[in-house]
Design a protein around this ligand. Structure first.
Ligand code: SAH
Ligand code: SF4
Length: 349
């Protein structure tokens, strides 16, 4: 635990200001920036091209990162789940995934501790909302994973714990730093939201090249309300209208995420209604077969045949349809399974 502020999360400009405040020339900021964001270095003493006196000054006032690792689990498919402890003792998870067929590493980042949206099928929702992550805490997950794994990470998905658009300002600042400083292309960044309409409109104004993914999960209010209470506030048709506005403003195709819950939203009638609803929207559809979070919640994953049938029905419509490749189910690292297992164990039920 440390009370000193962390340098990770600061932009290049902010590092320049900081270096000048220490009476050092500006170019030192370039070196510091490169150590932190390109070499993913967490130890001032290893920054060998900085004068010892500067390293001393820096380490008296700052730390490079503030996360510590509580647990690291490796899945049979190579996925790594990191459980991080934050300075106040809260915990969050990040997941490193390798996609062999495309030879690409992706990292799934958290934006909040827990989540207030409370979707019925999601383990994070069951934690309730604890707090927003800071810019530093969001960016450091990526830097830590790169430092630890040495993986050449190309893609970032904001699909860990939390509803990213309910931590809007920190999410946006972290995204800028991840793009400009950690050098992840905007087109390789995906933000997944449960559909917070005012924030989608705000994001549209930023006109970024990132991908917006929306957890629609149902073609109508009746079905969606069964498992997503947020639908009371932001109903299906209004959400789809917001997505049309988003596409108009940004020119970017959106991704529609659709969880498949056996017997709940996976019939042909649901597929047909979904195609009607989305017919004119510029989108791809990504199906996510439910990842189990506990029998007590009553949901089941449809059979592989049912998943493929649902995909085929949807493919009669105009959109590209994919089935999400599952990663890390055996270590509860797949979509919806992030639940701070350690934290829960430490708390009375
Ligand atoms: N809070 C954001 C992003 C995090 S979850 C959101 O809800 O969009 C990433 C995706 O996993 C979302 O589409 C979410 O609905 C889905 N998901 C949640 N729980 C799941 C589960 N148990 N099985 C499969 N997908 C799940
Ligand atoms: Fe929150 Fe997303 Fe989980 Fe819903 S699915 S509870 S929005 S993290």
């Amino acid at each position: 635990m440390s009370a000193k502020p962390s340098l990770i999360g600061l932009s290049h400009e902010e590092l320049k200001t900081l270096v000048q405040s220490l009476d050092e020339p500006k170019f030192r900021a370039d070196q510091l920036h490169s150590w932190i964001y390109v070499k993913n270095e967490r130890d001032f003493d290893k920054m060998t091209n900085l004068a010892k006196s500067l390293r001393q000054k820096l380490s008296e006032k700052y730390v490079i990162g503030a996360l510590s690792i509580a647990e690291k689990q490796v899945s049979a498919d190579g996925t790594i789940k990191y459980l991080f402890r934050l300075t106040d003792g809260q915990m969050v998870e990040s997941v490193l995934m390798y996609f062999e067929e495309r030879d690409v590493y992706a990292v799934c980042l958290s934006t909040q501790v827990g989540c207030a949206v409370n979707c019925d099928f999601c383990a994070t929702g069951k934690l309730g909302f604890k707090r927003n992550l800071t810019v530093a805490e969001i960016v450091e997950q990526l830097i830590y994973v790169r430092h630890d794994s040495g993986a050449n990470v190309r893609n970032i998905v904001f699909m860990g714990q939390g509803e990213p658009l309910l931590n809007y300002d920190n999410l946006m600042q972290a995204t800028r730093v991840i793009n400009h400083s950690a050098e992840i292309g905007m087109r390789h960044i995906t933000i997944s939201t449960s559909g917070i309409i005012p924030a989608i409109d705000r994001l549209a104004e930023e006109k970024l090249q990132l991908t917006l993914a929306v957890s629609l999960h149902a073609p109508d209010d009746e079905t969606r309300l069964k498992f997503m209470p947020i639908n009371k506030k932001y109903p299906v048709k209004e959400l789809v209208n917001a997505l049309h506005r988003y596409v108009d403003k940004t020119g970017r195709r959106v991704t529609i995420e659709y969880i498949l819950l056996a017997g709940v939203n996976d019939t042909k009638a649901h597929a047909d209604r979904l195609n009607d609803l989305l017919r004119t929207l510029h989108c791809n559809i990504n199906l996510i077969p439910y990842n189990p979070i506990g029998e007590q919640y009553g949901y089941e994953r449809p059979s592989r045949d049912q998943v493929l049938s649902f995909r085929d029905w949807l493919m009669q419509g105009p959109h590209k349809v994919t089935v999400r490749i599952e990663r890390g189910t055996d270590i509860a690292a797949a979509c919806g399974q992030l639940q701070n297992k350690n934290l829960l164990a430490a708390q009375p039920a």
